[in-house]
Write a protein of this length. Sequence first.
Length: 149
Amino acid sequence: MTKVEAIIQVSKLDAVKDALHEVGVEGMTVFEARGHGRQKGHTEFYRGREYTVDLIPKVKLEIVVADEMAEKIVQAITSAARTGKIGDGKIFLSRIDEAIRIRNDERGDGALYAPAIRHGADRDLDGNRVATKIDIPLPADFIGGQSER
Ligand SMILES: Nc1ncnc2c1ncn2[C@@H]1O[C@H](COP(=O)(O)OP(=O)(O)OP(=O)(O)O)[C@@H](O)[C@H]1O
Ligand SMILES: [Mg+2]
């Protein structure tokens, strides 16, 4: 398994999330982050305004996927998150030894996906209703205020 850590512009979160769902990502964690790249101490644009502070608000996503999915996910993120300007962000890949679904002790890739579920199906293998589109609104005070959905 591979962990994809992506630090992106706050304004690109919705587009990246949609692109990830599109390529079959079934789980992710999103963090509010602050950071700088190589222009540290220089100006950068955030929500149309120029900032000279050295830590700019960013969003960090963590996604653990089967190894063969990793490149597709990198491409989904880069094409959804790229503006071509400085500060677009970065992606880090690392190896994950194990994943365990707490509900039923499933391990490995089986803990990441429900392979028997077709997209659009609304029940899992146990017959339980499942959400097919995970879209819980972010808190109103989330950086960037992206709480409309
Ligand atoms: N080497 C790094 N380690 C950890 N986080 C990093 C690293 N480089 C960048 N980041 C994170 O990614 C965010 C965006 O980085 P950024 O896109 O500005 O990188 P960059 O190397 O300066 O590229 P660019 O020249 O396109 O701006 C930073 O604010 C920081 O949170
Ligand atoms: Mg930079």
